[in-house]
Design a protein around this ligand. Structure first.
Ligand code: SAM
Length: 245
């Protein structure tokens, strides 16, 4: 997959994608990530990219020309253009998963009061929000998308680590523990030290169900509606609800 990020702050993007899992995915050519400063495309003397809003009001609005020139230079018609905005569709694991199958993404980061609506109307395929709050720019949103999407591209992580992650199966992941066996008087649950794989699996799935029922009942309801769960999991959910486990 190729991801191109249009931003006024390429250094923010470059710094994060040069670390950890994303860095390794880039080294393995699973994903290529390029940040482009659309200020470089401004055709005015001072490379200005913003102007006051028509109709008045606070702040500045990104002008269409630099963004559109940058998009044209990137052959945007053959790619999926996504604008990061609090007005967009909220990012979740399903959306990240469907976007992970796209060959080419252009992530457009706004700034100031946002982008001239005509660019959104005529050049953007999808508007995405990373949550119900307002950030100063789209860069953190673009990075959240890059991270969530890259993890889901085959080869980035092992199948095992993806399979049990939160949201992958309409359940939140079970609690994880590592050494030492006892920390500040708090012991690791005995079952995890038992070596009995059947009991460990039952403990984990039960904890996962308990956690999801207490924090995100909506996920379980969605899993039931989509007929995702096996009969065994449905039985366990009922038992957990009745406090039998
Ligand atoms: N005036 C806009 C509004 O009220 O909807 C907010 C503009 S915000 C200060 C500047 C830029 O940050 C936006 O153009 C967008 O690219 C980005 N941004 C802010 N909040 C975001 C969010 N929740 N998700 C994705 N991008 C966001």
């Amino acid at each position: 997959m190729n991801i191109q990020v249009l931003t006024l702050f390429p250094e923010v993007i470059d710094s994060y994608v040069n670390t950890s899992i994303i860095k390794r995915a880039r080294e393995k050519n699973i994903v290529s990530i390029e940040s482009i400063n659309f200020r470089d495309y401004a055709d005015n003397k001072h490379h200005s990219v913003d102007d006051t809003p028509f109709g008045g009001g606070a702040g500045m609005v990104l002008t269409p020309q630099p963004v559109v020139s940058a998009l044209e230079n990137l052959d945007y018609k053959n790619k999926k253009v996504i604008y990061l905005t609090p007005k967009g569709k909220t990012l979740n694991q399903d959306l990240a998963s469907s976007l992970s199958k796209e060959p080419d993404l252009i992530l457009l980061c706004g700034h100031y009061e946002g982008l001239d609506q005509r660019v959104i109307d005529h050049y953007v395929d999808l508007e995405v929000s990373i949550g119900d709050y307002v950030l100063s720019g789209g860069e953190l949103g673009a990075l959240v998308m890059i991270d969530a999407i890259t993890r889901l591209i085959p080869g980035t992580l092992t199948e095992d680590s993806l399979a049990e992650e939160s949201f992958s199966n309409y359940l939140l992941e079970y609690p994880q523990y590592t050494r030492p066996r006892e920390f500040e008087g708090h012991a690791v649950p005995d079952v995890l030290l038992s070596g009995n794989h059947k009991n460990i699996e039952l403990y984990r799935i039960t904890e996962s169900i308990k956690l999801t029922l207490s924090r995100r009942k909506d996920l379980i309801a969605e899993g039931i509606e989509n007929k995702y769960f096996s009969d065994r999991i449905i039985k366990l959910i009922k038992q957990v609800k009745k406090n039998l486990l």
